[in-house]
Design a protein around this ligand. Sequence first.
Ligand code: NAD
Length: 432
Amino acid sequence: MTEGRLMTLASDGSLMEMESDLFREAVGQFDRVAELIDLDPNLHARLRTPQRALVVTFPFRRDTYHEVDTAFGYRVQHVTTMGPSKGGIRFAANVNLGEVAALAMLMTWKCALVGLPFGGAKGGVRVDPLALSRAEKQRLTRRYTMEIINFIGPDKDIPAPDMGTDEQVMAWIMDTYSTHVGHAEPAVVTGKPPALGGSIARREATGRGLVSLLPSSAGHVGLDVEGARVAVNGFGNVGSFAALAASQMGTNVVALSDVKGGIYNGNGLDIEAVIKWVGDNQFLEGFPGAEVIANEELFAVDCDILIPAAVGGVLTKENADDIKAKVILEGANGPTTGEADKIFAGNNVFVVPDILANAGGVTVSYFEWVQDLQNYFWSESEIVGRLREIMSRAFSEVLDISVSENVDMRTAALIKGIRRVTAAKLARGIYP
Ligand code: NAD
């Protein structure tokens, strides 16, 4: 692609509005694969930036009545070619437009990779969710929803939970939206409580889907699942259900961490007891029967399988060589930098990339949306069975591309996702 076509770059080489480490990584990945598959330069240039990006600022009242804070919120739709866009909303202290845009791009490739009729989107509010009371979180959520209300909808863009948001936040979004359109509209969000049309098994879906790929991934590197040592970074929705599913499969989960630090037990942690502890105490800190480790130490723990399931950018050129795991299953979005990826390839670490490994969440969200639109709800066994089938098919297809084109799994997954999106764009053409 000629320099003149790279309109996302300012003269100083920055990515302008979207400038952020994660957006740089996402665009860098896309550029690399676009060149590898000889992507049409028109499509390449078009897909480097999101189709729509909304930045809002809005007030919300603190519990002390006269204290009013202003928050920044974002909603980005990367592609709307194949259907409505879809992606989570995160509440995090340092979220910015670039990060949300990068995550929206990853959502596009992820949905295309597993064959869902969505483009990618993402949203965020720059706020520390742990510093909010429940009432403050509710007011913030409702006002953010109002600010983006014309941007979302069951046929337009469907949010879901991500870091710092959960079923309750989705219920408030659904209620705010429904109140304003004048009728209940469950299909506007996924990841809702089942009482509001949420799907059973959605809460567990990302962790469960991820771990459903553990046997094939372990098999690929000649590792026994029984007794395999697992370390999980992040113990929220994804990390806790991944750890539980991995331990139920017969692995030994030896290390866990959350925002405050980590715990380690070489003989294996009792995950059900840890989940109960975190339910009562919010954090892993103080869990009896485990050594305390620092967050960074978790990555260097002696383990066979590493599951990053917290924030992005944690596996870097600084720590990649210390990692002993033979398999990395990426629960988090964007946990590995491009430099770390090269080191893993050199060290024969088998990386199952985010857009494949954590696609179980959006897949069950898709099931939820379909069930809401039809007002017809499926059984847990139907949901889990279809999830396993989709995950396992996507894994085999990506592995086939990886072998036939002699590329790593991330590149193979991106090739598959990007090819599907570009085929759809070419079929639609350009208006007018
Ligand atoms: P969550 O808010 O439920 O949990 C996040 C966890 O990470 C918490 O335990 C928190 O304490 C921990 N954490 C935060 N910062 C940390 C740090 N610096 N070091 C270590 N731990 C830290 O979020 P979640 O929904 O589980 O999402 C986790 C990751 O998975 C995110 O990258 C998200 O984008 C991705 N993801 C989530 C879903 C989903 O369905 N929830 C789907 C696909 C991908």
